[in-house]
Design a protein around this ligand. Structure first.
Ligand SMILES: NC(=O)c1ccc[n+]([C@@H]2O[C@H](COP(=O)([O-])OP(=O)(O)OC[C@H]3O[C@@H](n4cnc5c(N)ncnc54)[C@H](OP(=O)(O)O)[C@@H]3O)[C@@H](O)[C@H]2O)c1
Length: 308
């Protein structure tokens, strides 16, 4: 059986992609390969120096790449609005939005400037707001896709509607699981809502297996105990490369056979590594009542109303 690789990405000339958290890991490799396929790529990052360094790394490999950088801090609704306002003012249509940026298992509870628990705020609410605000540009594209990066860590997660922000009993991994399950509820619910009003727009969920990126050092690795020190080392042994981890994202973003409302991830051992395949989320992720409830709460918290 032949595997889907970056070499299978259809040519993307004339397409515009926004990738959040594109300065490292999965997001960087997604940007690199989309640029190689001749898409215009915007690296939407919270640190412009890191974004510029990533832009230069892409240009070193793809000299004619069309890559821009833009400031976007998903943890700040003001930053999300500023990014979206600036983007919409340019009157460009958006073919690909890749909701990739994320933080994982922060050892202690941190809050965003808006008062949200950092993982829920960044991984879910920031992307929920961003997508809703960018819809006018997305609807202006002929066959746009919104790709949301979840994780196998959605397994065992649940949405704590009685304390979404973990004000009581914060636990790093359950908080991460909640945020990654929220990514799935969002991607699937968005697909359902788009189906009638905008059937040409796809919402696709993906996960990168386990990939050796900065995610582990930036999250659990902050804790200078044995587990914190060992986490990035263990992941570097069992994980796949960040380039390989980007393949499900690239598949969801470009493969003609990828479908709205579906979930793609690494197809090898326990979905931790391997080439992109369609995967099934844990059953609770398909609960439409929970998805609708989370959608309403997310609109209320972000004050971003979806206009369809
Ligand atoms: N690596 C894995 O095994 C794995 C497994 C499952 C799912 N994922 C998911 O894959 C996605 C990408 O992660 P990665 O593994 O590639 O890790 P990474 O290398 O740490 O990349 C994460 C990116 O998100 C950015 N980011 C974090 N907080 C942000 C914020 N508030 N605003 C804007 N950007 C922000 C980071 O920026 P800075 O460089 O400035 O920190 C970085 O560019 C995440 O959604 C993660 O949950 C990863």
């Amino acid at each position: 059986m032949s595997h889907w690789t970056a070499g299978d990405i259809p040519a993307q000339p004339g397409k515009l992609a926004v990738i959040t958290g594109a300065n490292s890991g999965v997001g960087f490799h997604a940007a690199l390969e989309l640029a190689r396929a001749a898409a215009q790529v915007i690296l939407a990052c919270r640190n412009l120096d890191k974004a510029e360094a990533a832009r230069r790394r892409i240009l070193a490999q793809v000299p004619d790449a069309q890559v821009e950088t833009a400031l976007l801090d998903l943890a700040s609704l003001a930053s999300v609005r500023a990014f979206a306002d600036k983007f919409l003012a340019q009157q460009r249509s958006l073919d690909l939005l890749i909701n990739n940026a994320g933080v994982m298992a922060l050892p202690t509870r941190q809050v965003t400037p808006d008062g949200f628990e950092m993982q829920f705020g960044t991984n879910h609410l920031g992307h929920f707001a961003l997508t809703g605000l960018l819809l006018p540009a997305i609807f202006a594209a002929p066959a746009p896709r919104i790709v949301t990066v979840s994780s196998i860590a959605h397994r065992g997660g649940h949405i704590r509607f009685n304390d979404l922000q973990w004000t009581r009993g914060y636990k790093p991994w359950p908080a991460y699981r909640q945020s990654k399950l929220a990514n799935l509820y969002f991607a699937f619910e968005l697909a359902r809502r788009l189906q009638t009003a905008h059937p040409n727009v796809a919402s696709i969920a993906v996960h990168p297996g386990v990939a050796t990126t900065n995610l582990f050092a930036a999250g659990p690795g902050q804790k200078k105990n044995l587990a914190g020190i060992l986490a990035p080392i263990v992941i570097s042994i069992i994980g796949q490369s960040d380039a390989q981890g980007a393949l499900p994202t690239l598949y969801g973003a470009t493969a003609p056979q990828a479908q709205s409302g579906h979930f793609y991830g690494s197809g090898g051992f326990r979905q931790m590594r391997g080439y992109p395949v369609e995967v099934r989320a844990e059953t609770p992720a398909y609960d439409e009542a929970i998805a609708a409830q989370l959608w309403q709460v997310s609109e209320d918290l972000t004050r971003v109303q979806y206009s369809f």
